[in-house]
Design a protein. Structure first.
Length: 159
């Protein structure tokens, strides 16, 4: 999420003021961690500090310009960050907003249909066979359902 132009081990290590990229490369290439567990831990932490019944959620997509072809979901598509059709990834994000502050608490990576249809490419990028094509609105609904199941307090404004 930094303004570092290239997000590889060397540049990320330099941004973090580390002398060598070894730690970043291990984190990016071989560290095993439960991304959904981290997402849920962040949600729990956020609710401890920001949670209340008048909270609202905001859903937005954000695009990330990319130069390569191997990052999951990357392709020539509309990139809202630059306002152009170009090579990028698109994420759908859900933020939790209260009078005390706001933070993203959920995310889903949009995978274009051509990615999902190329199972070899998916395997190479570490995308499980079980992942199926979903539109951006369908990804947003999935995140809202996850909040509902976790009994996250939000304002159902207008109801």
């Amino acid at each position: 999420m930094s303004d570092t132009e290239r997000k590889n081990g060397w540049q990320l290590a330099e941004h973090a003021r580390e002398a060598r990229p070894d730690g970043m490369q291990r984190l990016l290439s071989s560290a095993v961690w439960d991304t959904d567990g981290v997402r849920d831990d962040l949600r729990t932490y956020t609710l401890e500090y920001l949670g209340n019944q008048s909270a609202i959620v905001v859903i937005d997509e954000t695009s990330f310009p990319k130069q390569g072809k191997k990052s999951a979901g990357v392709g020539v598509q509309y990139c809202g960050t630059t306002g152009q059709v170009e090579n990028c990834q698109v994420g759908v994000f859900l933020s939790y907003v209260t009078a005390k502050g706001h933070t993203p608490i959920s995310r889903e990576l949009y995978l274009p249909l051509d990615w999902i249809e190329d199972r070899d490419r998916c395997r190479a990028a570490g995308i499980p066979e079980s992942v199926r094509f979903q539109t951006r609105p369908e990804l947003a609904v999935q995140m809202l359902e996850r909040l509902w199941k976790a009994a996250v307090p939000i304002c159902l404004c207008g109801s």
